[in-house]
Write a protein that binds this ligand. Structure first.
Ligand code: CUA
Length: 326
């Protein structure tokens, strides 16, 4: 393999991380815009310094090694080696310091409490003026045009909350509440990812960030606050019977039913979410069945036991019931 191949591969890998729904360089929120702007300015400053340093080096070593008087050489060293980098780095530092306070502005109307679990996200919405949290999981929905406050915590080990397209990352520490605020600007789906190693399925601890217009968000939140839909079809009712017989409600809550467990994610509106199992699967029937049958195969170390003793018909009915929880 030629020497250039690994370099090209690295560049391709790096660039592949810069596009799509999980990129710091495709900002969809005010905080991410600040970070992206800082990145480009820092990169620009670094490129200018690099070019100048290498230009000077080339000049003094290759072009005119003898022609430089000692005074000129000294001026070059002091100017290029000390004065110029100091000016450029000081300018970048003051720009960064002026942008940083913007990230600390608190949220206004909506507060969301997010707890890092092994390996999923507990999400509780606390709209202004309400003291009953609206429980959800593995998905953060936010409206555009307002700053929302996030209160972050963790149950067992340290995690880190990060939706790159919306803003910076913040550690989630057991027993200590950390805070951040986000102000999304562009509606869409953005992927988040736990950014602190937290155990064997750290890489499989993703999060769906969904940014909505204020009207859509208000309608969604109202629906999310409501109890679960009552199953009507015979298949869904059979699924509910399986759900109850297997004791799923011991770990999961489905508001409006007797299922009130708090160990696992709240499933009240599971069918309305965009992903399953903390961002690793699409919210689809086949994925639901695969997940319930053998979570360990999809997320090593997951606390949920497998249900491979259920028949295909029972799993199918269970999936129908869960899909109907919209
Ligand atoms: Cu949670 Cu890494």
């Amino acid at each position: 393999m030629s020497a250039a191949r690994p370099g090209l591969l690295c560049a391709a890998l790096l660039l592949s991380a810069c596009s799509g729904e999980q990129s710091v360089l495709a900002p969809a929120g005010r905080d991410a815009e600040v970070l992206a702007t800082l990145f480009w300015w820092m990169l620009g400053g670094a490129v200018v310094l690099w070019l100048l340093m290498n230009g000077l080096f080339f000049y003094v070593t290759r072009i005119r090694p003898q022609a430089l008087s000692p005074r000129a050489a000294e001026a070059l060293i002091i100017g290029g080696g000390i004065v110029f980098p100091t000016v450029v780095l000081a300018a970048l530092l003051s720009f960064a310091l002026s942008e940083m306070p913007k990230q600390r502005e608190p949220g206004e109307n909506l507060t969301v409490r997010i707890t890092g679990e092994s390996w999923w996200w507990r999400v509780d919405y606390l709209p202004e003026g309400s003291d009953t949290p609206i429980a959800s999981a593995n998905e953060l929905r936010l409206p555009t045009g307002q700053r929302s406050e996030l209160k972050l915590n963790a149950s067992e080990v340290i995690h880190s909350f990060w939706i790159p397209a919306l803003g910076g990352k913040t550690d989630m520490i057991p027993g200590r509440e950390t805070r951040m605020s986000l102000e999304p600007t562009v509606p869409g789906d953005y992927r988040g990812q736990c950014a602190e190693f937290c155990g064997e399925s750290h890489a499989l601890m993703a999060l769906a960030g969904v940014v909505m217009t204020p009207g859509d968000f208000a309608a969604w939140l109202e629906k999310e606050a409501a109890p679960a839909a009552i199953p009507t079809s015979a298949e869904a009712l059979r699924g509910l019977a399986v759900f109850n017989a297997e004791g799923c409600g011991g770990c999961h809550a489905v508001r409006g039913t007797e299922a009130a467990g708090t160990v696992g994610p709240d499933l009240t509106h599971l069918g309305g979410r965009v992903t399953l199992a903390a961002g690793i699967l699409p919210m689809e029937r086949d994925a639901l069945i695969r997940w319930i049958r053998d979570p360990e195969a999809l997320k090593p170390g997951a606390r949920m036991p497998g249900y491979d003793h259920l028949s295909d018909a029972e799993l199918s009915a269970l999936a129908t019931y869960l899909e109907g929880l919209e």
